[in-house]
Design a protein around this ligand. Structure first.
Ligand code: PLP
Length: 421
């Protein structure tokens, strides 16, 4: 296939005519397909249904009745399961409720309202800023926006955030209080942070003594094609004497059921003690029955890895469709580039500059809902209007095939429109 960016005006006009006909054909089919959010399909959820019957009794290993109040920071057996899975000591783990995003919001709120380790609360320090590697997860950015924390875009590289850029900013500006990180199979690009990136984040010189890395390892055990290794951020930070810098988050939302899984937060022992002081005011304890059900169902870390292989087998054909369709339809056109993730939940595509919004709009008019253009950037503003997040997990294989074919027509149409301007 020719590189379309080098075609003549006449050739492009001819292509546009053909594309418009093809597009009209999709419009007449009255499609209604949703590729907007990273939700598992019903068939994927069914794989985990056994967990609903995993509670044969409700007495925990130390004799606690899991039906009753108590145990603020989580059942010991739940901590042990996640400690083995993630390589974090149980003493550094707090088990939360059904959502890690909730833990992130609460953490940000505590820093904002109470401050940390004797430093002034962020709300009393004047305007504060946060680094946002972009494209990234829209709900992270929404938390900052909610609190009026100014967000600074950080470009992503294949190894994670551009660390030259990050280091330069944080060493000079004490109002920069932290950075969002999704270190494995990132949302939306599927990027895995290199060992070098992890080390640099743990070691970098920061002007703010209360700087925090929000380490959201949401896809930490979620390979689709290949298991990638992530360097141990706590180990690196401890070596550098910066262990208080790390707030680590994880959940089983994409292991069991989204919105009905178990979340956790991990941090240095000093941070954990501080967090618990507030947590004990906030709640008597989280849902221990769900924690127990999760432990009984998986038994150990190997049980979770084995389960994730089953989920990967379910997801692989869907990622195949996305990647094969993009290659076949857009391969050498020069109209788009995209990531080829080894795991996680998304593929990120970049159109020609100024074409993402139009592409998403064209797809919407033809009945295919995508994540809104711009959503992957702070304030919903993609400076170059190029990035589109593709979420292959929810539609069926047939729906996805159709949606991706239409999507590629939309990328081409928006691209040709731009080239003809
Ligand atoms: N973090 C990332 C990067 C996500 O992509 C998602 C969900 O899509 C979440 C967190 C939400 O996690 P939870 O369901 O544990 O709140």
């Amino acid at each position: 296939m020719h590189n379309w960016t080098t075609l003549s005006k006449n050739e492009l006009e001819e292509l546009r005519e053909q594309l418009e006909k093809t597009y009209a054909g999709y419009i007449s089919q009255n499609l209604k397909l949703d590729m907007s959010r990273g939700k598992p399909a019903g068939t994927q959820l069914d794989i985990t249904n056994g967990i609903l019957d995993a509670l044969d009794n409700y007495i925990t290993e130390d004799g606690t009745d899991a039906r009753n109040y108590g145990v603020l920071d989580g059942l010991p057996e739940a901590k042990k399961l996640f400690s083995d899975l993630l390589g974090i000591p149980t003493s550094q783990i707090i088990i939360g409720g059904n959502s890690s995003l909730n833990l992130m919001y609460d953490s940000m709120m505590r820093l904002y309202v109470f401050g940390t380790q004797g430093h002034l609360p962020w709300c009393k320090q004047g305007p504060v800023k946060f680094l946002c590697p972009s494209p990234g997860y829209d709900r992270h950015f929404a938390i900052c926006e909610d609190l009026g924390i100014e967000m600074l875009n950080v470009p992503m590289t294949e190894e994670g955030p551009d660390m030259d850029f990050v280091e330069e900013l944080v060493k000079k500006d004490a109002s920069i209080k932290g950075i969002w990180c999704v270190p494995l199979y990132s949302n939306p690009q599927g990027i895995c942070y290199s060992e070098e990136t992890v080390k640099r984040l743990a070691n970098m010189e920061v002007a703010a003594p209360d700087f925090r890395i929000f380490w959201d390892n949401a896809y930490g055990v979620h390979p689709v094609y290949k298991e990638e290794k992530l360097a141990d951020i706590f180990e690196a930070a401890e070596k550098a004497g910066n262990e208080d810098r790390i707030y680590y988050f994880f959940s089983t939302s994409k292991i069991t059921f989204p919105g009905a899984g178990v979340s956790l937060m991990a941090a240095s022992t000093k941070n954990i003690a501080e967090i618990k002081k507030h947590l004990t005011i906030q709640t008597i304890g989280h849902d221990k029955l769900n924690q127990l059900r999760t432990v009984r169902y998986f038994k150990d870390a190997a049980g979770i890895h084995h389960h994730m292989e089953k989920l990967a087998a379910e997801l692989r054909p869907k990622f195949d469709i996305v990647l094969e369709t993009l290659e076949r339809e857009l391969g050498d056109t020069g109209l788009a580039t995209w990531t080829k993730p080894m795991g996680g939940y998304f593929v990120a595509l970049d159109t020609l500059e100024g074409c993402a919004k139009e592409t998403v709009e064209l797809a919407k008019k033809a009945g295919v809902v995508l994540t809104g253009a711009g959503a992957t950037y702070p304030y919903g503003k993609d400076p170059k209007d190029t990035n589109i997040r593709l979420a292959p997990t929810y539609p069926t294989v047939d729906e996805l095939t159709l949606a991706m074919e239409l999507f590629c027509v939309c990328v081409k149409l928006a691209g040709v429109n731009k080239l003809l301007k």
